[in-house]
Every structure is written in structure tokens, then in C-alpha cells.
Write a protein that binds this ligand. Structure first.
Ligand SMILES: *[C@@H]1O[C@H](CO)[C@@H](O)[C@H](O)[C@H]1NC(C)=O
Ligand SMILES: *[C@@H]1O[C@H](CO)[C@@H](O)[C@H](O)[C@H]1NC(C)=O
Ligand SMILES: *[C@@H]1O[C@H](CO)[C@@H](O)[C@H](O)[C@H]1NC(C)=O
Ligand SMILES: *[C@@H]1O[C@H](CO)[C@@H](O)[C@H](O)[C@H]1NC(C)=O
Ligand SMILES: *[C@@H]1O[C@H](CO)[C@@H](O)[C@H](O)[C@H]1NC(C)=O
Ligand SMILES: *[C@@H]1O[C@H](CO)[C@@H](O)[C@H](O)[C@H]1NC(C)=O
Ligand SMILES: *[C@@H]1O[C@H](CO)[C@@H](O)[C@H](O)[C@H]1NC(C)=O
Ligand SMILES: *[C@@H]1O[C@H](CO)[C@@H](O)[C@H](O)[C@H]1NC(C)=O
Ligand SMILES: *[C@@H]1O[C@H](CO)[C@@H](O)[C@H](O)[C@H]1NC(C)=O
Ligand SMILES: *[C@@H]1O[C@H](CO)[C@@H](O)[C@H](O)[C@H]1NC(C)=O
Ligand SMILES: *[C@@H]1O[C@H](CO)[C@@H](O)[C@H](O)[C@H]1NC(C)=O
Ligand SMILES: *[C@@H]1O[C@H](CO)[C@@H](O)[C@H](O)[C@H]1NC(C)=O
Length: 464
């Protein structure tokens, strides 16, 4: 009898704490896909178990959906919801289906994992998401593989008609960390019309011979931070694009990249502006291009810094865009109906490059390159593949490929260029016309400043 007031007090206190926790710090919920019947054998489809686990998450409470290791969870499209984070454990894999019926009707929604209009969503846990790209190869080709196109069914047109790996469309508060993305059949990680995105410690392993095998495409999205990434892929590795809106505030640090196209590329979809980007502490190896701008559709670019970046670029088959340029900045209009836009305030600081070709800076009449600076750079020009050099590559559109001898820095349509503490070293090369440090179209280049600039030929012959 004398206990009941205390008990009543305890229950009241307990309920009070519960309600406080529920409102200010909701207790995260954890569910496992195996509790919903997922087999994880890589053979049976686990689609409905995975989706039931996600849909069992209470709304407005953070929820982790665990994919336990070991296990290979074969699935059709997985739809993420607000508040849900997929936790793919180290040793577990989400395996994307390779059949047309595994994906939604609209080709714009073809992803293995898809979040639409969701907030507080992500993927983490140390495991893998795999797109099974090899199942989409029609014919292996050492120059560039031929891929399946689901256009036969009328689902979409052309040869870029197959599923991407992961999509966040119209999302807020997106977080990906500690995850490996393997073998996307098409683009890998696609961020669209989203905001506040954190990507940390991720690895992407695409296929060097698969076209459109992009790493991370940041499209019409703001406030994205990428740090700690390892990207090895056929097509562009980090690729901001603008199709329906601008891209503001992108920061990329501490990354290693190899690409058979551009390691970092702006465009070519470039209908709106790109503004306020920082790229720092990045290693780029064996890529067809290093830092590239393919601005073609009228969106302006401004306030971009690249610092502390080591680049090695090389030639690959010209079926792939790129001609071993360590830095490539262009604004030529895609076609006669395209608008021209400018690129301004772009700074390259502390850059080391080893390349088979030179820096290419090509504005256009109404799309000037304004206020570019190159500060503290060492560039070594050395030919080591047997692909032919001597081509300027304006693709897509514009003048396409133009025969022209290699130049250390090619410049046209520029207003404001500073080159300070820059050294070019040319390996003696009898194969082609070489050691041509500067090539500029003087009447289109104005207000240039050179300070402490050097260019030297060196010999690498072992018999001194
Ligand atoms: C997401 O939001 C857009 C814009 O409001 C809308 O058009 C689209 O249908 C939404 N998608 C879903 C799956 O709710
Ligand atoms: C990745 O996740 C695994 C499993 O949770 C963990 O053991 C590992 O420490 C994490 N690595 C990083 C870099 O966070
Ligand atoms: C489907 O793609 C193939 C390969 O690019 C192409 O030859 C064919 O014209 C396309 N068909 C349609 C209907 O787009
Ligand atoms: C994003 O997360 C922050 C901090 O948790 C929160 O304040 C904000 O409301 C979230 N935004 C959305 C759109 O959910
Ligand atoms: C952005 O999202 C992260 C979680 O991904 C959250 O912690 C942070 O508070 C958010 N920031 C804003 C400004 O919403
Ligand atoms: C990004 O910011 C710009 C400028 O404020 C805005 O117009 C655009 O709608 C924003 N995009 C998103 C996805 O929030
Ligand atoms: C970009 O970041 C700055 C802070 O660095 C912020 O003031 C601005 O609002 C951000 N822009 C957008 C579109 O979110
Ligand atoms: C640069 O990035 C590498 C990873 O690529 C990292 O190990 C290193 O700590 C970073 N350096 C700085 C100064 O942040
Ligand atoms: C670039 O190379 C220099 C010299 O080898 C090295 O000190 C520096 O850490 C490298 N930086 C990056 C970002 O790889
Ligand atoms: C790019 O800048 C030019 C000149 O300021 C302007 O006319 C044009 O509208 C801008 N483009 C976009 C997409 O805002
Ligand atoms: C370029 O090389 C010189 C020595 O030849 C060195 O002092 C300088 O730090 C190097 N700069 C960069 C950005 O690597
Ligand atoms: C460039 O490198 C120098 C010497 O390593 C360093 O002091 C300076 O902070 C670097 N600049 C930038 C913008 O990172």
C-alpha cells in the first residue's frame, strides 16, 4: 500500500522521459532484412523482404535497415524512405538485378537503390552495392565494350539505356559513408536536385572499358561535401552537371581517381550555373583528362579552386573523349542553337602533372575564360603510349577533333590570365614536333601576366 505512490511516481517519470526522448531525441530503430525473410544467397530475389523491412520503419524516427554479413542480397529496385539508412555490413552485398522487369516503368527511375523526395537518408556499413555490369555487356571490345540497350523494348532511346546504381532525387540531408560501389552498369552515384549531401570514405570500382561508367554525378544539387574517395572507372569520375537548375557549393577533398575519361569534369550538361567549388588534396592517375570543363549549353562557371593536386594523364583510344590534357577548360557552344557562357575566377594552385599532352584553354567569342590563374605548377611532358598525338579535342560538338601540334599551354578567347611559378619540362622526343611551350591566338587573348615561368627540354637517355 505504501509502495503505490512511489510506483505511480516512477511510472510518471518513466513516461515523462519517454515522451521527452520521443520528441527531442527519437530513439533510432534497427531492423534486419533477414527478419523479413531475406535469403542473401545471391540467387533468389530478396526484393520484397528488403522493401518490407524498409516499410516497417516507423515514420519520423531514424531507422537503420541492416543487411547482415555474410550475404548477397539480389534485388529489384530498392526504394528508400525518409529517415531510413541502409547499413550494409562489411561482407554483405546488395546485388542489382539485370532484368528490365527489375526496374520501374519510367527509365528516369532505373536505379538499384533509389530515394525520391526523401530527407535524412543514406547508406553506410562497410559493405558493397554491386550493379553487375558484366551482365550488360553484349560484346567485349578492347577499345570500348558494346553494351545492352533496353531501347529495344521502347523504354528509352539510344545506347545509354540501362540502369544506374544509386539515385538520390529531390532529397535533403543525404549521407553516404564507408561503402563500396561496384560495377555499375551505367552511371554509379547520381545526386539530382538534392541538398546537403555528405559523401565520406567511399570507393567506386567501375569498368575501364564500359562507356558511361561515371563515378559520382552531382546534378542540379547544392551543398555537397565529398571527402575520402577512391574512384576507378571508365567514364568521368566526379562530374557536376546542370540540367534543370544550378550547382552551388561542392567541396571534394582527399581523393584518389583514375578514369578513362575525365577525373573531374564540369558538364557537358551545362544549362545552369556552377558556383563556389573547392577541390583539394587529390591524386589523379592514368586518366584521359585531369581537371576538365566542357561547358556547352549557356551555364556560367565561377569561383572554383583546385589545390594540391597531382595529375598523370595519358592517351587512350580516341573513341573516348580526352587527349591526355592535365587541364582542359572550354566553353565552345555545343551546336548552332546553344548559348555561350563564361568561366571566371578559376584558380589552380600547387599542381604537379605528368602528361602526354598540354593544358588546353579555349573560350569562345561570347564565352570568354576570365581571370584564370596557374600558381606553383610543375608539368612534365613525356610521351609513353604509342597513340598518335597532335590533335585538339573540342568534343562534344564545336570543331570536334582538329589536327594541331602539341602545345604546353594552348590559349584562345581569354580575358585575364596569371601564370606564376610554373615550370614545364619536356622529355626529348624524336617522334613528333614537341617542346612548344605556348600557343596562343593573340588577338583573342588579353591581359596576361607571366612571372617566374620556365620551360626546359631534358634528356632521359641512360647513356650519358
Ligand atoms: C517528387 O517531387 C517532384 C516535384 O515535386 C514530383 O514531380 C515527383 O512526382 C515526386 N516523386 C515522388 C516519387 O513522389
Ligand atoms: C566501416 O564500417 C565497418 C563496419 O561497421 C567498420 O568496422 C569500419 O571501421 C568502418 N570504417 C570506417 C572508415 O569508418
Ligand atoms: C538502340 O540502340 C542501338 C545502339 O546504339 C541503336 O543502334 C538503335 O538505333 C537504338 N534503337 C532505338 C529505337 O533507339
Ligand atoms: C537536416 O538535418 C538537420 C540536422 O539534423 C535538421 O535540422 C534539418 O531539419 C534537416 N532537414 C530536413 C529537410 O529534414
Ligand atoms: C546536413 O545533413 C547532415 C546529415 O546528413 C546533418 O547532420 C546536418 O545537420 C545537415 N545540415 C543542414 C544545414 O541541414
Ligand atoms: C540551389 O541553390 C540555388 C540558388 O539559391 C537555387 O536556385 C536552387 O533551387 C537550389 N537547388 C536545390 C536543389 O535546392
Ligand atoms: C553556399 O555556401 C555559402 C557558405 O559558404 C552559403 O552562404 C550559401 O547560402 C550556400 N549556397 C546555397 C545555394 O546553399
Ligand atoms: C590527402 O588525402 C589522402 C587520401 O587520399 C590522405 O591520406 C591524407 O591524409 C590527406 N592529406 C591531408 C593533408 O589532408
Ligand atoms: C604530390 O606529390 C608530392 C611529391 O611526390 C607529394 O609530396 C604530395 O603529397 C602529393 N600530393 C598528392 C595530393 O598526391
Ligand atoms: C551567363 O551569364 C550571361 C552574362 O552575364 C547571362 O546573360 C546568362 O543569362 C548567364 N547564364 C545563365 C544560365 O544564367
Ligand atoms: C616544383 O619543383 C620545384 C623544384 O624543382 C619545387 O621547389 C616546388 O615545390 C615544386 N612545386 C610543386 C607544386 O610541386
Ligand atoms: C601550396 O603549397 C605550399 C607549400 O607546400 C603551402 O604552404 C600552401 O599552403 C599551399 N597552398 C594552398 C592553397 O594549399
Amino acid at each position: 500500500m505504501d509502495k503505490s505512490p512511489l510506483l505511480f511516481f516512477q511510472i510518471t517519470l518513466f513516461l515523462l522521459i519517454q515522451s521527452l526522448l520521443a520528441t527531442s531525441h527519437p530513439i533510432p530503430v534497427t531492423v534486419s532484412v533477414t527478419d523479413f525473410g531475406a535469403a542473401g544467397d545471391g540467387i533468389r530475389y530478396d526484393t520484397s523482404s528488403i522493401q518490407s523491412a524498409i516499410d516497417s520503419c516507423p515514420s519520423s524516427v531514424p531507422c537503420r535497415v541492416i543487411f547482415p554479413a555474410p550475404g548477397k542480397y539480389l534485388t529489384a529496385t530498392v526504394f528508400l524512405r525518409s529517415g531510413v539508412v541502409l547499413n550494409v555490413e562489411t561482407g554483405a552485398t546488395i546485388l542489382g538485378g539485370a532484368r528490365l522487369e527489375d526496374y520501374p516503368k519510367e527509365s528516369s527511375r532505373w536505379y538499384v537503390v533509389l530515394a525520391e523526395n526523401a530527407t535524412d537518408v543514406g547508406i553506410e556499413g562497410g559493405g558493397v552495392v554491386d550493379g553487375q555490369a558484366e551482365k550488360f555487356v553484349v560484346r567485349y571490345d578492347p577499345r570500348k565494350n558494346i553494351m545492352v540497350s533496353w531501347n529495344q523494348s521502347g523504354a528509352c532511346l539510344g545506347d545509354e539505356c540501362r540502369p544506374r546504381l544509386i539515385g538520390f532525387l529531390g532529397c535533403r540531408n543525404v549521407s553516404l559513408s564507408n561503402i563500396t560501389l561496384n560495377q555499375p552498369a551505367y552511371w554509379c552515384l547520381h545526386l539530382v536536385r538534392s541538398e546537403n549531401i555528405s559523401i565520406k570514405d567511399i570507393a567506386i570500382y567501375g569498368d575501364l572499358n564500359i562507356p558511361n561508367n561515371d563515378g559520382i554525378d552531382i546534378e542540379d544539387s547544392n551543398n555537397t561535401v565529398i571527402t575520402g574517395c577512391h574512384i576507378d572507372t571508365g567514364d568521368d569520375a566526379i562530374c557536376p552537371k546542370s540540367s534543370t537548375g544550378p550547382v552551388y557549393n561542392l567541396t571534394v577533398t582527399n581523393c584518389w581517381i583514375r578514369s578513362k575519361s575525365s577525373a573531374i569534369k564540369f558538364g557537358s550538361a551545362s544549362w545552369f550555373d556552377f558556383k563556389h567549388f573547392v577541390f583539394d588534396n587529390i591524386t589523379i592517375v592514368d586518366s584521359h583528362r585531369g581537371l576538365a570543363f566542357q561547358i556547352r549549353d549557356g551555364g556560367n562557371v565561377s569561383d572554383i579552386v583546385f589545390s594540391n593536386i597531382n595529375i598523370s594523364t595519358r592517351y587512350y583510344d580516341p573513341l573516348w573523349w580526352g587527349r591526355a590534357e592535365p587541364i582542359y577548360v572550354t566553353t565552345c557552344p555545343r551546336d548552332s542553337t546553344s548559348k555561350e557562357a563564361s568561366i571566371s575566377n578559376v584558380h589552380f594552385i600547387n599542381i604537379t602533372a605528368n602528361s602526354e599532352n598540354g593544358i588546353f584553354l579555349s573560350g569562345s567569342k561570347r564565352g570568354l575564360l576570365r581571370n584564370l590563374s596557374f600558381i606553383n605548377m610543375n608539368i612534365t611532358y613525356r610521351r609513353f603510349t604509342s597513340y598518335a598525338g597532335g590533335l585538339f579535342d573540342y568534343r562534344p560538338g564545336c570543331q570536334e577533333l582538329v589536327k594541331h601540334k602539341t602545345a604546353g599551354m594552348m590559349m584562345e578567347h581569354i580575358e585575364g590570365l596569371e601564370v606564376r611559378n610554373v615550370e614545364m619540362r619536356w622529355e626529348n622526343n624524336e617522334l613528333e614536333d614537341w617542346n612548344n611551350p605556348m600557343e596562343f591566338r593573340p588577338s583573342t587573348v588579353n591581359n596576361i601576366y607571366f612571372s617566374n615561368f620556365n620551360s626546359v627540354l631534358y634528356s632521359n637517355s641512360k647513356s650519358s
